[in-house]
Ligand binder design. Structure first.
Ligand code: GLC
Ligand code: CA
Length: 554
C-alpha cells in the first residue's frame, strides 16, 4: 500500500445547520464554524467534512443543490467559505465539501431549462420519459418513499428521482453532464479544498434499458437496490472522475459506497482506487429490513464485533476504510450500539475506543466526542427529516399503532443526529441566541462541551486521548498501519483485537455490564488507555469491569 498524506489524520464531520449559529437566526453557519476551529484543533482534528452548504432550497437539508458555485445565504457567503479554508490551513487542517452529483435540486437552472425545452440540451441532463396514462416507466420505489417518477412541470414528460421529488437524478450517461461535474470539482479544488465526501455515488449508474423488478411491498414497487444490483459499469464513470479531478490535486475523496463486492475493493480504494477511502457501513446496515425501520433487528455487541471484523478482513491492507459510529443519516452511535439501559460514560468510551482503534481513518461526527444521545421524541410533529416521515407512514400502514410507529422511527430518525451541537448548559445549549431550527436535545444541561472540556474524566477528554495516541510518534506507525488481528473472537460480549506494527497493541472491551476475565500469559508492558481508574490485575489475569476498555502495549 502506498502511503498517503491523509492516512495518519483524524476526520470530523460538521452538519453546518446544527453546528454553531453566529448571527442568532437559529441556523448554524460558516462564520460559526470558523469560530469553532480552535475547538476542533484543541481536540486534535485534521480533516473537516462539511455536509452541503451550497445554495439549496433545503428540501433534503442541502442534499438538493440549486447552485454548485455558490454558498446558501443561510450558511454565509463565498468569502466566508474562502476564509474558512484559509483559517483551516493556518491550523494545518483540511476542509472537505460534500459532492452531491447523483442529483441536483429541481430549482437548479439545468432543471428549469429542461422543463422549458425537454428535447434540448438540458433535457438530456436528466432521465426523462414520456407520460403514459396510468403507467409508470418503472416500478422503482424512491429512497424516501413513493415512485421515482414525477411529472416534469409544463411538459408531457416525467423525470426520475431516486431520492425526493425535489432531487431529480442527473444523467451520467451524458458526457456533457459529466464535464459540468468535473469542472465544478476542479473549481472547488482550485480554491484550496482538501477534497470531498462523495454522496450517494453508487446511484449514478442505472441499469439500462429501464425495466420493472419484482415488487417487494404491497405498494407494488421494488427497492432501488433491485435495479442497482444489475447496473454494470459504474467504474468507467468513477475512474474518469478520479483522473479528471481528484488525482491531479492529490485530493482526498471518501465515497458513500454501499453493497460493494469483495472483489471490487481494490478498484474502489486500492492504490489507484476511484476514491481515497470509503465509509464502512457494515455495522450501520446490520439488522435493517427491506420492510422499513419498524422491522429492524437490534444490533447486539456480538453483531457489532462481527460486522467490524468482517469489514476489516474484507479490506485487509488493500486500502483504508473510513470508520464511523454515526453520521447525519444515522441515530447516535451510543444509543444504537450500546444495549438499552447501559448507555453511560464508561460504555460510551468503550465504544469510542473499539471503533477508533480499528484500522482505517476515524471520522467523528459532531457531538460524538461528547457522547451525544438520541432524542426522546414525543410526537412525529417534532421530527423534521423527510425520510422519518415516510418511515412513520410505512410503519402505520404495516399496522403499527401511532405510539409503536413513533418508537420505531425514534430509534432510527436522522434527526437524532441533527439536533444542535451541545456547546454549554446555557439556553439552547449555547448553539444560538435565537430559536434553533430544530429543538435542542433536553439533556444538554448534563451533556455539553463546556463542562466536558473542564473534566479530565469526560468522554471529550477520552476522545482527545484516543486522538493523541494515534498521533504519538511512538505508536503512530502501529495505530495507523498496523495489521488488525481479532482475538478471542468467539467470546460473548467481548471485543478484542491486536494491532501489530513495530509495536503490538491489544485493544479489549468488555461489552457488557457484568465483569469478565481475560488471561494474558505473557502479561503486558504498559496500559496506554483505560476508561476506569485502575486495572484489576493478578498474575496475568485481568478482571475487566463492566464496559471497561483497555489499550495495552504488549
Ligand atoms: C446521502 C446523504 C443523505 C441524503 C442522500 C441524498 O445518503 O448522506 O443525507 O439524504 O444522500 O442526497
Ligand atoms: Ca446563522
Amino acid at each position: 500500500m502506498i502511503k498517503k498524506w491523509w492516512h495518519d489524520k483524524v476526520a470530523y464531520q460538521i452538519y453546518p445547520k446544527s453546528f454553531y449559529d453566529s448571527n442568532g437566526d437559529g441556523i448554524g453557519d460558516i462564520p460559526g464554524i470558523i469560530s469553532k476551529l480552535d475547538y476542533l484543533q484543541d481536540l486534535g482534528v485534521d480533516i473537516v467534512w462539511l455536509s452541503p452548504c451550497y445554495r439549496s432550497p433545503l428540501a433534503d437539508q442541502g442534499y438538493d443543490i440549486s447552485d454548485y458555485y455558490n454558498i446558501d445565504p443561510r450558511f454565509g457567503t463565498m468569502e466566508d467559505m474562502e476564509r474558512l479554508i484559509t483559517e483551516a490551513k493556518k491550523r494545518n487542517m483540511y476542509i472537505l465539501m460534500d459532492l452531491v452529483v447523483n442529483h441536483c435540486s429541481d430549482e437548479h437552472e439545468w432543471f428549469r431549462k429542461a422543463c422549458e425545452d425537454p428535447d434540448g440540451k438540458y433535457g438530456n441532463f436528466f432521465y426523462l420519459r414520456d407520460k403514459k396514462d396510468g403507467e409508470l416507466p418503472t416500478n422503482w420505489r424512491s429512497y424516501f418513499g413513493g415512485p421515482v417518477w414525477e411529472g416534469l412541470p409544463g411538459t408531457d414528460k416525467q423525470y426520475l428521482h431516486v431520492f425526493h421529488k425535489k432531487q431529480p437524478d442527473l444523467n451520467w450517461e451524458n458526457p456533457e453532464l459529466r464535464e459540468e461535474v468535473y469542472k465544478n470539482i476542479n473549481w472547488w479544488l482550485d480554491k484550496g479544498l482538501g477534497g470531498f465526501r462523495i454522496d450517494a455515488i453508487i446511484n449514478i449508474k442505472k441499469a439500462l434499458p429501464f425495466r420493472n423488478y419484482a415488487p417487494d411491498r404491497d405498494d407494488g414497487l421494488c427497492s432501488i437496490h433491485a435495479m442497482l444490483q444489475e447496473a454494470k459499469g459504474i467504474g468507467e464513470f468513477l475512474g474518469e472522475m478520479r483522473d479528471r479531478t481528484f488525482k491531479k490535486y492529490d485530493a482526498f475523496a471518501v465515497g458513500e459506497v454501499f453493497n460493494e463486492k469483495p472483489e471490487e475493493i481494490p478498484d474502489f480504494i486500492g492504490d489507484n482506487g476511484y476514491f481515497s477511502s470509503m465509509f464502512d457501513f457494515n455495522e450501520t446496515i446490520f439488522g435493517k429490513s427491506q420492510k422499513g425501520w419498524y422491522d429492524a433487528q437490534p444490533v447486539t455487541p456480538d453483531d457489532y464485533k462481527k460486522c467490524c471484523f468482517e469489514s476489516q478482513a474484507k479490506v485487509g491492507d488493500i486500502g483504508f476504510l473510513s470508520n464511523i459510529i454515526e453520521n447525519h443519516d444515522e441515530p447516535r452511535g451510543v444509543s444504537h450500539y450500546i444495549p438499552e439501559g447501559d448507555c453511560c460514560e464508561e460504555s460510551k468510551k468503550m465504544l469510542a475506543a473499539l471503533n477508533f482503534m480499528l484500522r482505517g481513518l476515524p471520522f467523528i461526527y459532531q457531538g460524538q466526542e461528547l457522547g451525544m444521545e438520541n432524542v426522546p421524541f414525543t410526537s412525529i410533529e417534532e421530527v423534521d427529516d423527510i425520510s422519518s416521515h415516510d418511515e412513520y407512514k410505512v410503519a402505520l400502514e404495516a399496522g403499527l399503532s401511532p405510539e409503536e410507529a413513533l418508537k420505531a422511527v425514534s430509534e432510527f430518525s436522522r434527526d437524532n443526529a441533527r439536533t444542535p451541537m451541545q456547546w454549554s448548559d446555557e439556553a439552547n445549549a449555547g448553539f444560538t441566541t435565537g430559536t434553533p431550527w430544530l429543538r435542542v436535545n433536553p439533556n444538554y444541561t448534563s451533556i455539553n462541551a463546556e463542562e466536558q472540556m473542564k473534566d479530565p474524566k469526560s468522554v471529550w477528554n477520552f476522545y482527545k486521548k484516543l486522538i493523541s495516541l494515534r498521533k504519538n510518534p511512538a505508536y503512530k506507525e502501529t495505530v495507523v498501519y498496523g495489521a488488525l488481528e481479532p482475538v478471542w473472537e468467539e467470546r460473548h460480549n467481548l471485543m478484542a483485537y491486536y494491532r501489530k506494527g513495530d509495536k503490538t497493541l491489544l485493544v479489549v472491551g468488555n461489552y457488557q455490564r457484568e465483569a469478565q476475565e481475560i488471561v494474558l500469559p505473557g502479561g503486558h508492558r504498559k496500559v496506554l488507555l483505560n476508561n476506569y481508574g485502575d486495572v484489576a490485575e493478578d498474575n496475568g489475569r485481568i478482571r475487566l469491569y463492566g464496559y471497561q476498555v483497555l489499550i495495552l502495549e504488549m
